[in-house]
Design a protein around this ligand. Structure first.
Ligand code: FAD
Length: 342
């Protein structure tokens, strides 16, 4: 592997041409190829605007020895900021704080020869912009995508799609499945190129917070699978029983695709409150009481890592297809867990 400082500057074309042929496998093909072996994969966030791609490489350089077959890259919708003008009025400006998901995916495939899975969200996109983003991905040879709705903007109490954008992830899955059949928005395009996207979607062992009940939430998840999603990645959970019950409930209603557990270690004491508030998940009492006893964040992090290792080992023993870790840029914790699990 070359050192970061030796990283060559390549044109996009050179970059695409140099993506090894062995990559560009679908996530579902990786699961099939691994047979009963549990894979390990990671999710990374694009750097904040003004930040450097080297931050992603630094994180991934440290994680590649665990041989993840694919890396997810999140997408972040625009946010509004308010700038005070000389007149005293505030001007509302829209900014994307973490742009670059598509470019980062191409760079990851080029540098490491592993597949990259860009997250695409409905929020902030018209259906045409979604189509154009998918065309870019197709041209780059990126044929995996995690189709998501996205959350409400900060300061908005509910998700509002663009006027000509998708309301639910299901609508985006249908659009991608349509492109896989050669259907584009412009009805005049006859015999359009058939894309070949492998589509992943989100699932919620503890129910999506807006769903009126778990049954309703599961039915909508099933609709995403029936529309063409090939696998599900779950929201984080801290009690494996929630995952096992969720998989059972999915199987009972005919969701038969792989269900990948998403995992994140608790690393700070304040997360006892922030994680349930932000992600709408419960923290088991045994974990909470251990963290409450921790005198420092470092001690809390050790407890969180150990908890996540035990979760991972139990899931691995149950032959889950893949353990998917939300790194949140925290390389050390991800490494410590992967070292104990792989
Ligand atoms: P949907 O599947 O559209 O579901 C949203 C809600 O609507 C649910 O309550 C569902 O039950 C309900 N629903 C679905 N379809 C219908 C329908 N037809 N009629 C009525 N109700 C319906 N967010 C980001 O912004 N960027 C990311 O990169 C990102 N990555 C994520 C990765 C994973 C693995 C997960 C689990 C979440 C991620 N999120 C990300 C967060 C996600 O965008 C939010 O959880 C969002 O609130 C819901 O997205 P979804 O795709 O599950 O939505």
């Amino acid at each position: 592997m070359i050192a970061i400082t030796e990283w060559p500057i390549l044109s996009l074309v050179e970059m695409i041409e140099s993506i090894p042929q062995s990559t560009a496998m679908k996530v579902t093909e990786h699961f099939k190829k691994a047979k009963d072996k549990t894979l390990v994969s990671f999710e990374v966030l694009p750097p904040l605007k003004g930040g450097s791609m080297q931050a992603i490489f630094k994180t991934l350089d440290a994680l590649m020895e665990f041989k993840p077959p694919f890396i997810d890259v999140t997408y972040h919708r625009e946010e509004f900021i308010y700038n005070k003008r000389a007149s005293g009025y505030y001007e509302k400006t829209s900014i994307r704080k973490r742009p670059g998901t598509v470019g980062i995916c191409a760079a990851i495939m080029h540098r490491y020869g592993v597949d990259a899975v860009p997250h695409l969200i409905c929020g902030g996109f018209s259906v045409e912009e979604t189509e154009n983003a998918l065309i870019d991905l197709n041209f780059l040879g990126i044929n995996n995508v995690l189709a998501l709705r996205g959350d409400a903007r900060q300061f908005e109490d509910k998700f509002t799609p663009e006027e000509d954008g998708h309301k639910y992830a299901l609508d985006m899955v249908r659009q991608i499945a349509g492109m896989n059949e050669g259907r584009y928005l412009d009805a005049n395009i006859i015999n359009g190129e058939k894309t070949d996207f492998c589509i992943g979607v989100a699932g919620y062992p503890e129910k999506h917070f807006e769903a009126p009940n778990p049954v309703s939430d599961l039915q909508f998840t099933k609709a995403k699978v029936d529309a063409g999603a090939g696998y599900i990645v779950t929201q984080m959970f801290f009690d494996n029983r929630k995952y096992f019950e969720y998989v059972d409930a999915c199987r009972k209603i005919g969701i038969n695709v792989p269900i990948v557990p998403g995992l994140k270690p608790l690393t700070r004491r304040y997360q006892l409150n922030s994680i349930p508030r932000k992600f709408f998940v419960n923290l088991p009492e045994a974990l909470v009481s251990e963290i409450q006893k921790a005198k420092t964040d470092e001690a809390a992090q050790q407890i969180g890592i150990e908890w996540c290792i035990q979760q991972s080992l139990e899931l691995k023993a149950a032959d889950v297809p893949c353990l998917h870790y939300y790194t949140m840029g925290n390389t050390d914790t991800s490494r410590a867990i992967a070292e104990a699990v792989v």
